[in-house]
Write a protein of this length. Sequence first.
Length: 581
Amino acid sequence: MSDHSIEKSLKVRQQEAKLAALEQDIKKIQATLKSLKTRLLNTQTRITDIQRNMMNAIFSGEQKMKATLDRVLTLLRKLKKDKRFSKADRKQLGYLAQTIQDDLGEIDEQLNFEAQARAQADSEERAEYRHMFKEFQVAPKAEEQADLRKLYLKLSKQFHPDKAANAQETVNYHEIQQQVVAAYQSHDLQTLLELESWYGLATEDLAVSAGDTDALAAKIKQLTQQLSALKKQQTRISKEIKALRKSEMGQWLTEVDSLEKFGVSATDLPPDMAFALEGMEDLAAALSEVDRTGKMEALDQWNQSIGAEEEDEFDLDIALFQMFELEDDDNEFYNGAYDYDEFVINPEPLFTIGSWVEITISSEFFDYFSPRRTNKKTTTIELTGHVLKAFLTEQNEPVYVILLSGYSLLQLPKKYLEESIEIHEMGILSYLPESSLKKAKSPSDAQLQAAANTFRKVWREHAFNTYPAKVRKRLVGILAADPLADDEENWTHYLTNKLAFPFTAFPAHAIVNVVEKNQLLVQCLAGFNPQSGHLVKVKYPNKKRLQTIPLLDLKTVSPAYQEVIDDYAIWASLALNDRWQ
């Protein structure tokens, strides 16, 4: 054996040992990640379950109170006409009946409102819970986010229901798509990698032949990068768990656990509500006794038991307040500005959908996106926009969702614009109180066109700020080639100039009836689809007919062409189906 062969053999053994160690480290961190995610999920689930059970208990208590009051009112209406009692007694009974009847109207309205809110909450529960805990998530850095987005795009394009071959596959694709979206929204690299591996899409995985030192080195590099990314995810989840446990919700959960040791359950009725319900049940029993005996002693005893003097008229409103005026306390653990589950559509808004309004808002509104310095002065910002939605809060207060005008966008913090683009809600202000709005004159067609141009300009300036400078410069240049054209037109022009049709390419991932290794001939652009972007016509091997597929389904061996497709993928991940468009 030559010295070169011995040296190579030694290097291979060292590389294989390194590779085995990396694989073992990845298994360990994957196990740790699963444990951390389980711990986080269990904490979140306990909080939401306890809150739901609390609300159910309160709602059940309110229903019991309503039934008890109905029974009391029926008895009072009967007794106030009963000739066995004096005029003074019948007057007292009539007063009680009128008090309960007046309050029952308000109680019915509140219970109906709560029933609607609960129905809406049931349908939007998962989205609300994501919102509840989103503030504790630790966002990945720009480079990590770019890798996450690239993997997310790959999976979401592959498993789009439109690509399903039959009804069952449509259902399967929809379920996978939900997993992909949930993992991406929670910055869960591990789950995205698992999905990629499970469905055989890990095209980056390198086949390693025995003794191939170059392939081993490439595989080591790949696993080293993957291990580093998973360690960063572990750090983020650990921070998220700590932040949640230190929050008001986390401290409340600790308190709940402490109380349970003493036999006190968080799902018990609050003491004041339980006391009010018990008082009304005692009143119903007392009135039944009055009806049976024809004497007022039982009602007098009830008055005394709740602290009323014999000569005083009973103020039932106090007891009802204890039962039905606890909304603020009930929802204190949602830890947000609004309880979105309790919103219902406003049937008669002061500002109708589509109408234009002026908005007066404090600069503190944007502090979440641009934390203020302690010495920074709070200012008032004047904006304009039109109404997208109108709601009523659980307190029956009107709030609105507004799409801002182009001019107003220019007054908003840079960080807010970047964050709102990320969630496809640029220029949308949610749940503004009616008091912050007043009617405004509708803009002219020319002003609307100017606003659209401003929206386009602002979006282009801020959408790519998390990407490297070279990438950002290219993308901004592409979209600014014709400032008055929309993005689709600018991309059509750019793709036509940069991609010399026809050219060869490969499927970027698995496509029905196509082997990934098969080379395709890309003939020309074939239009635009709002969901998947620009389309191309391709010719498959041994087939005469052309097929239309998304440009994003392709990869090329040409670095220049691949750069064009990668740039397009970045734009598509942010722009396709953006709400403001």
